[in-house]
Design a protein around this ligand. Structure first.
Ligand SMILES: [Zn+2]
Length: 365
């Protein structure tokens, strides 16, 4: 075999694969939903960030990052202090102040890294991502591209991607979100755009680094892996809607004379069995990297479709409840707890108790 030809063939295949992965990524970018936050939520977040920045002042924990043409400061926080923000945002987050208050000016940024959530050799990567959020005015995708460009520059693609896959696999699914965190209020974004940017040089430097080191193919593969897995998982829940509806139709046809709570029990039972089956059949290897926001939406859709069908076709007084948070629903399924259950209205409970009373009266007599 001619070694030269086989090497060039395999290089060719790799470029082809990269192109396919990049195309899929572009398609996904086009179809993404825009995340939004109310001003009230943003200001609540601002309170938390103000507290964390104060903590950093008091504990003198600002770190200067001056490497590879970047120059900024970030607060190094322990998880015990940053828990509430870190549980939602992960080991790094940034905030741009909305209000002039407590020593902060509108439009000022503070960057945070939760050091003890990250192996020391990767802390810089988290920090530079947050700097990217600031430079791009909250464009998470650009910040991620900058992060991985710097990772490539440092020659750490394999170890860093492996760590993310192990500890934060959902990051691969969120990576191409243009806005994720922080989500800046529109009027603040306008203010920032009108101001003369202070870090033009660093922006250009970042852009050049991204052009020199585009997202590594290995990372594109991880993204694709979890994207496909998410799609499969979404489909498997979507495919349940029809069969669930037709079993419910049978239940109703056979037992329409039963009291409502008995029918509710039957409906809840079949929904629970189906959704539990779908959750338990998810591929365990890719489970941890499924996009949680989209899984939540799909569970909500399943519940809404099935219930709407039941209410409009049969009876509006059939009551079932479903856990619609994917993580909790999955945990319930694994530990044998209900994902869907019937519930009784106060009135139903009262009339059922009456029946029980009569029963015990008759039996007792
Ligand atoms: Zn980000």
């Amino acid at each position: 075999m001619d070694l030269g030809i086989s090497i060039s063939q395999s290089m060719h295949q790799q470029t082809d694969q990269r192109m396919v992965l990049e195309q899929r990524l572009e398609q996904k970018l086009e179809h993404q939903q825009r995340h939004t936050l109310t001003l009230q939520q943003y200001l609540q977040q601002e309170d938390v960030m103000t507290g964390l920045a104060r903590w950093a002042d008091e504990h003198d924990s600002w770190v200067t990052f001056k490497k590879a043409g970047f120059n900024f400061v970030y607060a190094a926080l322990p998880y015990s202090v940053a828990k509430s923000a870190a549980d939602v945002c992960g080991p790094g987050f940034a905030h741009c102040f909305y209000d002039d208050q407590g020593g902060f000016a509108r439009g000022q940024w503070r960057l945070f890294v939760v050091n003890d959530m990250v192996p020391p050799e990767f802390v810089d990567f988290v920090a530079i991502h947050e700097r990217g959020e600031q430079l791009s005015l909250g464009n998470h995708f650009w910040a991620s591209k900058l992060e991985f460009a710097y990772v490539r520059h440092q020659g750490k693609v394999r170890s860093y991607s492996g760590w993310i896959d192990d500890k934060h696999p959902r990051k691969f699914n969120d990576l191409m979100q243009e806005t994720l965190f922080p989500i800046l209020p529109d009027d603040l974004l306008e203010t920032l755009k009108l101001e003369t940017p202070q870090d033009v040089g660093e922006c250009q430097h970042g852009e050049a680094l991204i052009n020199k080191h585009p997202i590594p193919t290995l990372v594109l593969r991880y993204i694709d892996r979890y994207e496909q897995a998410t799609q499969t998982a979404l489909d498997s829940i979507n495919d349940l809607i029809g069969p669930t509806q037709s079993v419910i139709k049978d239940i109703y046809r056979e037992s329409s004379m039963l009291p409502t709570h008995e029918i509710s029990k039957g409906v809840a039972g079949i929904m629970d069995k189906n959704i539990r089956g779908a959750l338990l059949s998810l591929d365990r290897k890719t489970m941890k990297g499924l996009c949680r926001a989209r899984m939540n939406l799909q569970l909500q859709a399943y519940f809404a479709f099935v219930c709407e069908g039941v209410h409009s076709n049969y009876r509006s007084d059939i009551h079932v409840d479903m856990e619609q948070d994917f993580d909790i629903a999955y945990k319930n399924a694994v530990s044998g707890k209900n994902v869907v259950s019937q519930f009784l209205t106060a009135e139903e409970e009262k009339s059922l108790n009456k029946i029980d009373d009569i029963h015990s009266y008759v039996i007792g007599a």
